[in-house]
Design a protein around this ligand. Structure first.
Ligand SMILES: C[S@@+](CC[C@H](N)C(=O)[O-])C[C@H]1O[C@@H](n2cnc3c(N)ncnc32)[C@H](O)[C@@H]1O
Length: 248
């Protein structure tokens, strides 16, 4: 996991990033690897993850992928996976795609659902798939109106102004996200970072098709949220509801 906010990776902030056709930076900002993996974690990554992962071809057919479910939700940057698994457990009628790029986070989620020794044989849960790549590119692949909810819980803040393009919430991503949310769908965002909080409020002004509504009671806590509160930061929460107006 990264705070997404310093220059320790030898950034080249003044060089314009290569962009996808949607205007999304092609390269991932942030860490994929932390501590070296232990043998069990290595087995989870090598043997279990391929059984759980969503392919790009499946992403573009996501409507058809989860027969018998009422809705499809996406969590971006699930960290340790506690929020994603709580969501899946509390909403048995919903299918969930959970995305995380940090290996130790992927292992943390897989550890909770794959019994030791069953890494090569465990059947993937029928309503859960993992996207272990940049979630911005997944969103670009999804069909129109595919999602009923998008969760972005405590995204890397990238507080420096020159890194603003790295934030998941930005002017390039807003139309991409709006396209995949069906009318009435919710985009739930939480952040404890003052710069990101001000940024979300500001971006919302440019997003007439997304309206702020009230925070609901079914908001599961995340590990990062607990840490923020412990360390004296005040999280803010938003729910944007997709209106049925076409994206201009
Ligand atoms: C600050 S952590 C928050 C984790 C978790 N949501 C929580 O609240 O505890 C942000 C997470 O987003 C992940 N992340 C950052 N950019 C991402 C991207 N483009 N696609 C998927 N995950 C990403 C990071 O690896 C990191 O684990």
């Amino acid at each position: 996991m990264t705070d997404g906010g310093d220059a320790r990776r030898g950034d080249t902030p003044h060089r314009a990033p290569a962009l996808t056709p949607e205007g999304i930076p092609d390269r991932l900002y942030g860490r994929r690897r932390g501590h070296p993996l232990r043998p069990r974690q290595d087995r989870l990554m090598q043997l279990a993850l391929p059984r759980f992962r969503l392919t790009a071809a499946e992403a573009s057919q996501a409507h058809a992928l989860f027969p018998g479910t009422d809705d499809l939700w996406l969590e971006v940057g699930f960290g340790g996976g506690e929020h994603a698994l709580a969501l899946a457990a509390a909403n048995p009628q919903v299918a969930l795609i959970a995305s995380e790029v940090f290996e130790n986070g992927l292992c943390s989620l897989l550890t909770r659902i794959v019994p030791e020794g069953a890494e090569a044989t465990v059947p993937p849960p029928p309503r859960l798939r993992l996207w272990p790549e940049d979630a911005r590119h997944l969103v670009a692949l999804l069909p129109d109106a595919a999602l009923g909810r998008l969760y972005l819980m405590f995204p890397d803040p990238w507080p420096k102004a020159r890194h603003a393009k790295r934030r998941f919430v930005n002017r390039a991503m807003l139309p991409v996200v709006a396209r995949v949310l069906r009318p009435g769908a919710e985009w739930r965002i939480a952040s404890d970072d003052p710069t990101y909080q001000a940024w979300v409020a500001d971006q919302a002004l440019f997003t007439p098709r997304l309206d702020t509504v009230q925070r609901p009671a079914d908001w599961h806590p995340t590990r990062y949220e607990a840490k923020a509160i412990r360390e004296g930061r005040t999280p803010r929460y938003w729910i944007f509801a997709r209106s049925d107006a076409p994206w201009a």
